[in-house]
Design a protein around this ligand. Structure first.
Ligand code: SAM
Length: 334
């Protein structure tokens, strides 16, 4: 790129962003669909190396093929694909997205990846994200793990699961994806770990909720509570669960039931409060809750990891916290 007569090099992420963006805009016009729908289409084209949409005019087809051919996909790393794809999705989500559909931010994904790696401390396991959305959180975590991770994602929204599928293909992850309500029966083998940025709010299906211990005595149940119970059901004894939860999780009127359920089935390993500045307001602030399913030889930590995270851009404070977390692992996990 030439700016002020100077040659500026374009980063790999920018290169991919431009390709995704320009081809999505072209498809959006031709297919009269939303930007995100067009993005899923162009991602699929890119993966297959052809233009799959029959409605596209000859001229656009030619242009798209030329743009796809100009880029050598093998040059890019998984993280470069993930970051570029995340940026185009964010652009599309600005148009219209419900708060509960938002992608999990990188900082949260990175932190979760670090925690999953430290707690699991092995390279071969099964991982489930029952609210996989665009797959951004799941692949952020996968990109920090080494070894053979067998992963499963479930998502109710047709478009988001399509974006997740394209995301998985571009990053070459054979993630098993299910497009369904995660609170309906899940036909999956038990997993060793769960990660999820939980959808927060009421679950409208009272009949289905009746199948859960955490159903509300009256009115609708909290879907984030039901998600926790469903995830525990599908985790092996001793397996770990990492959830992004609202800060007020243990303060709602349905919290006593949740606490009782956790006491009977779970060991709370940690609660890390994310910096409030990351969220629109205090009420929207979230924490990371780390649970372990009870089982033989599973022992509770001397003390749960309780952390109030500083602003993640404050390197000095963040360093101190990471040292404390490392110390906690030395004292509680071997
Ligand atoms: N981690 C995801 C990502 O990086 O894109 C975002 C998770 S978002 C906070 C919560 C997701 O849960 C949304 O994608 C929403 O569509 C999904 N969801 C809500 N209710 C669901 C249900 N009953 N079954 C499956 N998915 C559901």
């Amino acid at each position: 790129m030439l700016i002020g007569g100077k040659q500026l090099s374009i980063s790999p992420v920018e290169q991919l962003f431009t390709l995704f963006n320009e081809t999505a805009v072209a498809l959006q016009e031709e297919l009269s669909c939303t930007y995100l729908e067009a993005l899923a289409e162009t991602g699929e084209n890119l993966f297959h190396g052809s233009v799959l949409q029959e409605e596209v005019s000859e001229l656009t087809e030619k242009r798209l093929k030329k743009q796809y051919a100009e880029i050598d996909l093998s040059k890019f790393s998984k993280e470069e694909f993930r970051k570029a794809y995340q940026l185009v999705i964010l652009k599309g989500m600005k148009e219209n997205v419900q708060p509960n559909h938002q992608m999990t931010p990188d900082t949260v994904g990175m932190l979760l990846g670090y925690l999953v790696q430290k707690f699991m401390n092995k390279t071969n396991f099964r991982l489930l994200d029952p609210a996989v959305g665009t797959g951004n959180l799941l692949t952020t975590v996968l990109n920090q793990l080494q070894g053979k991770i067998d992963s499963v994602g479930v998502e109710i929204d047709d478009l988001l699961i399509k974006l997740a599928y394209v995301n998985a293909n571009l990053q070459e992850y054979p993630i098993q994806l299910f497009n369904q309500d995660s609170l309906e029966p899940l036909f999956i083998d038990p997993v060793d770990a769960v990660v999820a940025d939980l959808p927060i709010g009421f679950y409208p299906n009272d009949v289905r909720a009746a199948d859960y211990k955490l159903k509300a005595d009256q009115g609708h149940s909290y879907s984030h509570h039901l998600f926790i119970e469903q995830s525990v059901r599908h985790t092996v004894p001793g397996g770990y669960l990492f959830f992004v939860v609202p800060n007020g999780l243990f303060e709602s009127e349905q919290a006593p039931q949740l606490k009782e359920f956790l006491r009977e089935n779970i060991i709370v390993q940690g609660l890390l409060q994310l910096p409030t500045a990351m969220f629109k307001n205090k009420a929207a602030a979230k924490s990371i809750l780390i649970l372990q399913k009870q089982g033989e030889n599973v022992i509770a930590p001397k003390q749960a990891m309780l952390v109030d995270l500083p602003s993640l851009s404050n390197a000095v404070e963040m360093d101190k916290i990471l040292t404390r977390i490392e110390q906690w692992f030395q004292e509680n996990k071997r």
